[in-house]
Design a binder for this molecule. Structure first.
Ligand SMILES: [Zn+2]
Length: 445
């Protein structure tokens, strides 16, 4: 536990506020997770990395952190994709969840405290909808249950959404069973061939916004500290979540701090299916390591847009290389935090500042061993590490034995043989570093 204060920009107040958890002994955080119909894209990856760094920082500052990131495994997109692939919904979600875990593991994302699946909490969602009907803020029409936004005087306060503007835009689904066009679905009837559950309103399935209300309530209670997600979720998802919890739990605000990360652009353009520039994380990971992806994602402030491109990756690769060079140096494991680095992170997660401090520390550490523990500690806090996940013990032993043989050749001044052995080890994707303390190696990134 640290005495440093953390400041976070709260979307609700639109101000940077000092972070004081509801319970000083346990911080509670909920982040909207993926809808599992296919592999995640770089926009999802950025959000996951940002909240992973916040989770790591909170763990550093507070005695306990409960972090819930859900999995949306019931959705129209899932139904469509399963049909397209000719497989069952269960098969599709099972495979996608396994791939998701594999992808984010490559980014060194820490496991969350709880990873609930929407389909495991249908009775909780039904209970919330029943309460909303009892309160008179929801209505049942043509097998749908809808939330009546005109009954909530605070609707729009989180996102700043203007009801007139919403109506002018095409962001609401117009349907004959809606009293007001901006009313949103809490329960929808079953359609042929799709997954459904029985309910007092017939067979059907819950709306997306109700899922997150039910899962956050189940694991964190009706009031919790942080709710996070991408800024694209602010409206309507988070606004509608907020409206439901206000009425269902009879409280003004269930969330103390709303945190949203900015969008990821690709070479200056919005990433979208229509532009055909959607970058999948798994494809990016074929080119660069998880640490490079992480560094690139953290090199812009989380609330700003991040422009993804080759220049960014090139710069991130060089920075990560210099840090990994230091991480290959011996360290006794005693942590030593750099105060500037921590101060940047505590100032609304100023990761560009923190990365600059870490990069400077890495340069110093190559000259002065006193900085080595600092680099290890700071890199560990934000999840920058060497990637050995694809390396077997057998390969490690082979590398070690070639290096030993090369050192022997050098000691015997057989430089030709030493060079041949260096090329041999480099062909295995290994970078060698000869220092006065000995030879160190790491995987090329
Ligand atoms: Zn959500």
């Amino acid at each position: 536990m640290s005495s440093v204060s953390l400041f976070l920009h709260n979307r609700f107040s639109q101000k940077k506020e000092i972070f004081t958890p509801l319970n000083p002994k346990e911080v509670t955080m909920y982040v909207c997770g993926p809808t599992v119909y296919g592999p995640i894209h770089m926009g999802n990856a950025r959000s996951i990395i940002v909240f992973d760094v916040l989770f790591r920082l909170l763990r550093y500052l507070f005695p306990r952190v409960v972090y819930v990131r859900n999995i949306t495994d019931v959705d129209d997109k899932i139904n469509v994709q399963a049909k397209n692939l000719g497989i069952s919904i269960t098969e599709l979600t099972h495979t996608t969840i396994a791939e998701f875990h594999q992808d984010i593991q490559a980014l060194h994302v820490l496991p969350v405290s709880v990873e609930p699946r929407a389909t495991h909490h249908i009775p909780h969602m039904i209970a919330i909808i029943e309460t909303l009907l009892e309160q008179g803020v929801a209505y049942w029409a043509e097998d749908h249950v809808l939330f009546d936004v005109s009954k909530d005087p605070h609707y729009g306060t989180l996102s700043g959404a203007n009801i007139e503007e919403i109506l002018a835009g095409s962001r609401v689904e117009l349907a004959p069973y809606k009293r007001n066009p901006q009313d949103f679905v809490l329960w929808k009837p079953a359609v042929e061939e799709q997954e459904f559950w029985p309910s007092p309103w017939g067979n059907g399935r819950p709306g997306w916004h109700t899922e997150c209300c039910a899962m956050s309530k189940e694991y964190l209670g009706s009031r919790f500290d942080i709710h996070g997600g991408g800024s694209d979720l602010l409206f309507p998802h988070h606004e509608n979540e907020s409206a439901q919890t206000r009425s269902a739990f009879n409280i003004e605000q269930s969330v103390k701090y709303w945190i949203h990360n900015g969008m990821l652009m690709v070479e200056g353009q919005k990433m979208s299916k229509s532009l055909g520039n959607v970058l999948l994380l798994k494809d990016v990971l074929k080119q660069v390591s998880g640490s490079v992806v992480r560094w690139a994602c953290l090199s812009s402030h989380y609330r700003h847009p991040l422009d993804w491109g080759s220049a960014l990756l090139h710069q991130a690769t060089q920075c990560v290389e210099s840090v990994l060079r230091v991480l290959a140096l011996p360290w006794d494991g005693t942590p030593h935090m750099d105060e500037d680095f921590l101060a940047y992170l505590c100032d609304d997660l100023n990761t560009p500042g923190a990365l600059t401090a870490l990069h400077a520390a890495a340069k110093r550490a190559l000259q002065d061993p006193q900085w080595v523990p600092i680099v290890h500690t700071c890199a560990g806090l934000i999840g920058i590490e060497a990637t050995f996940s694809f390396m077997t013990m057998e390969l490690r032993n082979k590398i070690e034995s070639i290096i030993t043989e090369r050192n022997r050749a050098r000691a015997e001044k057989d430089f030709q043989r030493a060079d041949t052995l260096r090329h041999e080890v480099e062909a295995l994707g290994i970078v060698l570093e000869d220092t006065p303390q000995g030879t160190y190696w790491h995987q090329r990134i």
